[in-house]
Ligand binder design. Structure first.
Ligand code: KMH
Ligand code: ZN
Length: 276
């Protein structure tokens, strides 16, 4: 079990409209301010989706690049870009996200029902994306919404070899309507199937956020929190902002005697180069 807890913040996502919450960071300035506040609160990695001038999700290459540069200039956070995008995004644009040069990217290993939609990740796309991360030296964070996604992770490693940097890091995304439930039991089933030596975090969507966080801490995992995953802090109590969610995660991690990892410590844990 790691002595420190890597906290990833997912501040924006692609699915909530800009008017869903006044603190949803949809402009570059707001993303940078959020990144700073979340690092101060204990985050070490940021999972980013980008919005256009209307606040709608986009995979515009220039905006993605500008965001990577701006967050790097303002913080020490590990910059992870989403390759999941929005459920409506074409696969080719999702592959091109890597050209923005992040430290890490999300990589969902299979398709999953996503509310009324389908989050599509056919095997040829997943295989191509994975091989591009290897060629470009970008750390993939394997997003696992289903137990079958863990099987597909093994298939990737068996077919194409280890990720860039040699370390396997996964994130269980629980409680999506259509995916695994946000319970400690589901999480325990998933981590039992991970490859030896892998590190993992977990996040629970909506009201499963706190139970999944407590389950992840007790099972020795890391945490992802943020307004991509929940807009409420408690039933009928909207979240103040992303930093409030990071503050709670850092507090609970400290109580679990596994305090929040600094970005430098998180880099070492994930096998990323330090100092850049
Ligand atoms: N917006 C979801 C359909 C990711 O970032 O890689 C996919 C998602 C996962 O958010
Ligand atoms: Zn995402």
């Amino acid at each position: 079990m790691s002595a420190a807890t890597l906290i990833t913040v997912a501040p924006t996502g692609a699915e909530s409209p800009p008017q869903a919450h006044p603190a949803l960071p949809v402009t570059l300035d707001a993303v940078v301010a959020t990144a700073r506040a979340c690092q101060a609160a204990g985050a070490a990695m940021i999972h980013l989706h980008v919005r256009d001038a209307a606040g709608l999700p986009t995979l515009d290459p220039g905006l993605l690049r500008d965001t990577v540069v701006a967050v790097r200039e303002a913080t020490d956070l590990i910059v992870q870009l989403s390759t999941g995008g929005a459920v409506t995004d074409p696969l080719a644009a999702r592959l091109a996200v890597l050209d923005a040069g992040p430290d890490a990217c999300s990589l969902t290993t299979g398709t999953v029902n996503f509310g009324d939609d389908v989050f599509s990740n056919p095997w040829p796309f997943v295989a191509e994306l994975y091989q591009r991360t290897q060629a470009m030296g970008i750390l993939p964070e394997f997003e696992l919404f289903e137990l079958g996604h863990v099987t597909a992770l093994h298939r990737l490693l068996d077919t194409f070899g280890a990720p860039a940097g040699g370390h396997v890091h996964a994130d269980f995304v629980l409680g999506v309507p259509g995916g695994m439930p946000g319970t400690t039991q589901a999480l325990a089933s998933g981590i039992a199937l991970l490859p030896a030596g892998a590190t993992w975090s977990a996040t629970g969507i909506g009201r499963t956020s706190v139970p999944v966080m407590l389950g992840a801490l007790s099972l020795g995992g890391h945490l992802r929190v943020g307004m991509e995953d929940t807009l409420t802090y408690a039933p009928k109590r909207p979240v103040r902002d992303n930093a409030e969610l990071v503050e709670r995660a850092a507090r609970l991690a400290a109580e679990a005697l596994r305090p929040a990892a600094s970005p430098a410590r998180a880099r070492a844990l994930l096998g990323l180069p330090t100092g850049g």
